[in-house]
Write a protein that binds this ligand. Structure first.
Ligand code: A2P
Length: 346
């Protein structure tokens, strides 16, 4: 059966990983098309052993495309995803543009795949930090009902895209050569530094990244009662976000019970043995599909509390892999179609 898939933002850090993931997982596409900005017209990007020629994204490129995976920034998604849906092409969008739109399911396949059933043409991929946290919290929420989450993140520069990685590399090189490092991407030096600032600041003095974790958790768990508070920091690491997560549950869950539940949870790998110095770290989780959890221990300051340390590859599970898994779930549920093509564009 014919299945044409488009990758939008194919030259970017996530777009390239999307092509790799589609190929590595034998996604049953009969044709893959690559799109980016006009700057990239004619550029070649790898797809397995082959190369695809990148074409300029235009409003009319979605005719005959069944599914499009977007990772080209919020403005591009805002503008082009409605045109894709209008052409009958199902969009899986990695940007923040559609996540809180009531018409768009926000999906982590291990957590809320059923939300896909009501899709109207645009499906949102959650924020990288939210995805890895919820893959781990899902079984604990089911077992003990989480009341409150306190999370601090340690996020890699690849979350900013290719330009974030280039900035860290350039600054490290400049510092070793006694040159003044220039800040082009981040407001301050990222090399050998930590910035408590990801995305823009909002009126409540939280960053947009922090509020994404709060709002997306409520939507994905479909639970308006769950309380989340977040502090998001950028660290000089290329790949993988780490998170310190504290939860308070209604029903007590012991660390031992949590370890058993998590070792059976889809997409989760428990890596937790303090005596053997076993705990997940970004440098060792690069390229992995699983979300790693360790340092599972009781929060001794409250009655029903746990502390966890969660690490995942932000470009894979945090972006490309989760998007491709959504595509796989759409196929499994026979949902690769748009019922009403006029929902987003009239
Ligand atoms: P291009 O390489 O042509 O600029 P990253 O997140 O690594 O920075 O990648 C961003 C991706 O989004 C790139 O593939 C980039 O293409 C693409 N992109 C950025 N702006 C646009 C646009 N206006 N139209 C289409 N693609 C865009």
């Amino acid at each position: 059966k014919k299945l044409t898939v488009a990758v939008v933002g194919a030259t970017g850090a996530v777009g390239r990983e999307m092509l790799k993931t589609l190929h590595d997982r034998d996604f049953p596409a009969t044709e893959v098309r690559a799109f980016a900005s006009a700057r990239s017209e004619g550029v070649k990007v790898p797809y397995g052993e082959r190369e695809l020629t990148v074409h300029e994204l235009k409003e009319d490129v979605f005719d005959g495309v069944d599914m499009a995976i977007f990772s080209a920034g919020g403005a591009t998604s805002q503008k082009f995803a409605p045109h894709a849906a209008h052409a009958g092409c199902v969009v899986v969008d990695n940007s923040a543009a559609w996540r809180m739109d009531e018409r768009c399911p926000l999906v982590v396949p291990e957590v809320n795949p059923q939300a896909l059933d009501a899709h109207q043409g645009i499906i949102a991929n959650p924020n990288c930090s939210t995805i890895q946290m919820l893959v781990v919290l899902k079984p604990l929420h089911d077992a003990g009902k989480i009341r409150r989450v306190v999370v601090s993140t340690y996020q890699a520069v690849s979350g900013t895209g290719q330009k974030g990685m280039e900035e860290l590399e350039r600054q490290v090189r400049d510092l070793f050569n006694s040159r003044d490092p220039e800040n082009k991407v981040y407001p301050y030096r990222i090399a050998f530094n930590v910035l408590p600032h990801i995305d823009v600041f909002l009126d409540n003095d939280y960053t947009k990244e922090e509020m994404k974790m709060v709002n997306e958790t409520v939507k994905i768990f479909d639970d308006p009662t769950i309380k989340v508070t977040a502090t998001c920091a950028r660290v000089p690491v290329f790949y993988c976000h780490a998170e310190s997560v504290n939860i308070e549950t209604e029903k007590k869950i012991t660390p031992k019970e949590a370890r058993v539940m998590l070792s059976q949870a889809p997409g989760v790998r428990v890596f937790d043995n303090p005596r053997e110095l076993m705990y997940p770290m970004p440098a060792y989780c690069v390229g992995e599909d699983a979300t790693y959890v360790g340092r599972i221990r009781e929060d001794e300051s409250i009655a029903n509390g746990l502390n966890l340390w969660i690490v995942a590859d932000n470009v894979r599970k945090g972006a490309a892999l989760n998007a491709v898994q959504i595509g796989e779930e759409l196929l499994r549920r026979d949902l690769v179609r748009v019922r009403d093509k006029n929902v987003f564009l009239r």
